[in-house]
Design a protein around this ligand. Structure first.
Ligand code: ISL
Length: 536
C-alpha cells in the first residue's frame, strides 16, 4: 500500500554519544555495530546516523571536511561498510545525515576557494565588504553576524551557522553536481536515504539587506525560495529516484504551505519534513526565552500539522532539542507515566515516528553545573553574544542550561557501571548522574519499563494498517487532554492522552488496545499522564 519508510520506526543515533568501543571517551561506528541487536530487539527498521564524516568537529560533525570519508574519531570507511552490511542483515536500513547548506572551512573546496583556485573560486558566497563592514546586515542562527572576513581572499564569506561553517553557493551548477555525486556515492555504498540538514534555506535569491527584525535578519532572502525547490527536484530526478531510498528534510521556520510545497508527492522534492512549530509551545519567540509549557498550543499545533500534511515526520526529541520527558512530561514524580504517555502519542499520530537514542528509556535533561560542562558551539556563542548586551552572568547561564542542546547529547546510559557503561574512560561530555537508576540494563526486556512499552508500541504500529495509514481527526482538546481518532474503512481508534498530574474524566468508554496503565476496559477516567488507545 505505501512505502517501507512509512511503516518503520526510525531511531536516531548521535554517534559521539552512543557507544564507545575503543575507550577514548567518544562513541564510534564499531560501538554502533555492537548495539545493532539491541535496536533489533526494540523493533527498529531504520537507523539515522548524525554525521560521521571527516570533520574538525566544531559543530559535532555538522561541519563536514570530506563527504566521502569517515572521521577517525568514529572509525574507518571499512567500519562504515560493515555497519551497513550488519544492519541490513538485521533488516535495518541506514540513513545518513546530508549537510549541504554549508560545510567546513577545512574542506578542500573552501581552502581552494579562499585562494581563488578554479573550479572552486565560486563554490561559496563571497562578497566585498560595504562601508567598512560586512556586505549586508544578515545574522547567523548561532548569534552574531553571518559574515566573516577572510584575510587570504580579502573578502567576506557567508555563514548562516558557525564561523567555521561557510555556506555553499547554489547559484553555481558545479556545486549541485558535487552534491549529486556525494548522494550517489552513499546510495551506491548501500544507504537508504538522507536526513537533509536545513534543506529549505540552501538557495539565497538575493544578498540584499534583511528587513529589521530581532533575529535572523535576511531570512526573507533565503527561506524556501523557488530556486531551492528547483534544486530539490533536480536531485530527486537525477539521482534519488533511481534508488530505493527516502529523504526527510529538516526544514527550519517552515509553515504548512511551505511544507506542502516541499513534500507533496506530485512535486517530487522531499518525502517528508520535520516541522518545528510543536516544539515552540514552551518558548517565547526563540528557544532561549523559555515559558511554561503550553499544552493546548502543543495539541492544537500537532493537530494542525496532522491535517495540513498528507504525511508527517513525527518527533519529540532529536540532538538539537531537549529530553521530552523533562520538557513535556514530569521527569520526577510521573517519570514512567509521562514518558510512556508521550510515546503513545508519538506512535499514534499519522506519519513516520522518529525516536532519539535514550528516549526509549526516558533519559532526562542534563544536570549541568556550569558553562564548563557544556561543549556545544551554539550555547557558547549565544552565551558570549548575550554578554554584549550586559545581561548578568546568572541570567545567561539560566537561559543556556534550560535550552542548551547538550541536554540531549550526554552519553547513552547503558548500565549503572561507571560512565553509564558508555565508555571506560571519562566521556567527551559528562554522563547524567541519574545513570544509576535510568539505564538500559534496568529496563531491557523487563515488564513494566519504558523500554518494553516502546517495544510493544513499535510492534503494534508496525502491524496495524490503521495506525500507520488511517486518517486523523481531532476530537477534543483542552488545557490538559488531547483526544483524536485514527480511522479507515476497516478500523477506528480513539486516542486520549492526559498531560496532567490530576485524573481527568472524558466522555469515551470502551475496550483498550493499549494503555500505559495496563487498563483493559476504560471507564472514562484518565489517570495522571495516562494514555489510551480505544478500539472502535
Ligand atoms: O538547534 C537549533 C535551535 O534549537 C536550531 O536553530 C538548529 O540550529 C537548526 O535546527 C539547524 O540544525 C541543524 O543544522 C545545524 C546543526 O548545528 C544542527 O545540529 C542541525 O540539526 C548546522 O548544521
Amino acid at each position: 500500500m505505501g512505502h517501507w519508510w512509512q511503516e518503520q520506526t526510525v531511531y536516531q543515533v548521535y554517534p559521539r554519544s552512543f557507544n564507545d568501543s575503543n575507550h577514548d571517551g567518544m562513541g564510534d561506528i564499531p560501538g554502533i555495530i555492537e548495539k545493532l541487536d539491541y535496536l533489533t530487539a526494540l523493533g527498529i527498521g531504520v537507523l539515522w546516523l548524525s554525521p560521521v564524516y571527516k570533520s574538525p568537529q566544531k559543530d559535532n560533525g555538522y561541519d563536514i571536511a570530506d563527504y566521502k570519508d569517515i572521521d577517525p574519531l568514529f572509525g574507518t570507511m571499512a567500519d562504515m561498510d560493515q555497519l551497513i552490511v550488519e544492519a541490513e542483515k538485521r533488516g535495518i536500513k541506514i540513513v545518513m545525515d546530508l549537510v549541504i547548506n554549508h560545510n567546513s572551512d577545512q574542506h578542500e573546496w573552501f581552502q581552494k576557494s579562499r585562494q581563488r583556485i578554479d573550479p572552486y573560486t565560486d563554490y561559496y558566497i563571497w562578497r566585498d565588504g560595504k562601508d567598512g563592514g560586512p556586505p549586508n546586515n544578515w545574522t547567523s542562527f548561532f548569534a552574531g553576524e553571518a559574515w566573516q572576513y577572510d584575510d587570504m581572499r580579502k573578502q567576506y564569506y557567508l555563514h548562516l551557522f558557525a564561523t567555521e561553517q561557510p555556506d555553499l553557493n547554489y547559484h553555481n551548477k558545479a556545486v549541485i553536481e558535487e552534491v549529486k555525486d556525494i548522494i550517489k556515492c552513499w546510495l551506491d555504498r548501500g544507504v537508504h536515504g538522507f536526513r537533509c540538514d536545513v534543506i529549505n534555506i540552501i538557495f539565497k535569491s538575493s544578498l540584499e539587506d534583511g528587513k529589521r527584525q530581532l533575529v535572523l535578519k535576511g531570512l526573507e532572502h533565503y527561506l524556501s525560495q523557488e530556486g531551492n525547490h528547483e534544486i530539490l527536484q533536480e536531485l530527486r530526478r537525477d539521482v534519488l529516484d533511481h534508488y530505493d531510498c527516502f529523504t526527510v528534510g529538516e526544514t527550519v521556520l517552515v509553515t504548512p504551505k511551505m511544507a506542502r510545497d516541499l513534500c507533496d508527492p506530485s512535486r517530487k522534492e522531499l518525502d517528508m519534513i520535520f516541522s518545528f512549530e510543536h516544539m515552540e509551545a514552551d518558548q517565547y519567540f526563540v528557544k532561549w526565552f523559555k515559558r511554561k509549557f503550553q499544552k493546548k498550543v502543543f495539541f492544537e499545533t500537532l493537530s494542525k500539522w496532522q491535517k495540513e500534511l498528507h504525511w508527517n515526520a513525527n518527533y519529540f526529541e532529536n540532538h538539537d532539542q531537549l529530553r521530552s520527558v523533562s520538557r513535556f512530561g514530569d521527569d520526577t514524580r510521573y517519570w514512567m507515566e509521562s514518558a510512556t504517555m508521550l510515546a503513545t502519542l508519538l506512535f499514534s499520530l499519522k506519519g513516520t515516528p522518529f525516536i532519539y537514542q535514550g528516549q526509549e528509556i526516558g533519559m532526562t535533561n542534563f544536570d549541568f553545573q556550569s558553562m564548563d560542562d557544556i561543549q556545544d558551539v551554539e550555547s557558547h556563542n549565544v552565551y558570549r553574544f548575550l554578554g554584549r548586551f550586559h545581561l548578568p552572568k546568572w541570567l545567561r547561564w539560566r537561559m543556556i542550561f534550560k535550552s542548551s542542546r547538550d541536554n540531549v547529547r550526554t552519553p547513552m546510559q547503558w548500565s549503572d557501571s561507571e560512565y553509564g557503561g558508555f565508555s571506560t574512560v571519562q566521556p567527551w561530555l559528562k554522563v547524567n548522574s541519574n545513570y544509576h537508576t535510568i539505564n538500559v540494563a534496568n529496563q531491557f526486556h523487563q515488564e513494566g519499563t519504558i523500554w518494553s512499552y516502546y517495544q510493544t508500541l513499535i510492534h503494534l504500529r508496525n502491524n496495524d494498517q490503521t495506525l500507520i495509514y488511517g486518517d486523523f481527526e481531532k476530537m477534543y482538546i483542552d488545557k490538559h487532554v488531547f483526544i483524536f481518532r485514527r480511522y479507515d474503512e476497516q478500523e477506528a481508534y480513539i486516542i486520549a492522552v492526559n498531560f496532567s498530574t490530576k485524573k481527568r474524566t472524558i466522555s469515551y468508554r470502551g475496550d483498550v488496545l493499549i494503555s500505559n496503565y495496563n487498563t483493559t476496559r476504560f471507564n472514562g477516567v484518565l489517570q495522571p499522564y495516562e494514555a489510551i488507545i480505544l478500539k472502535g
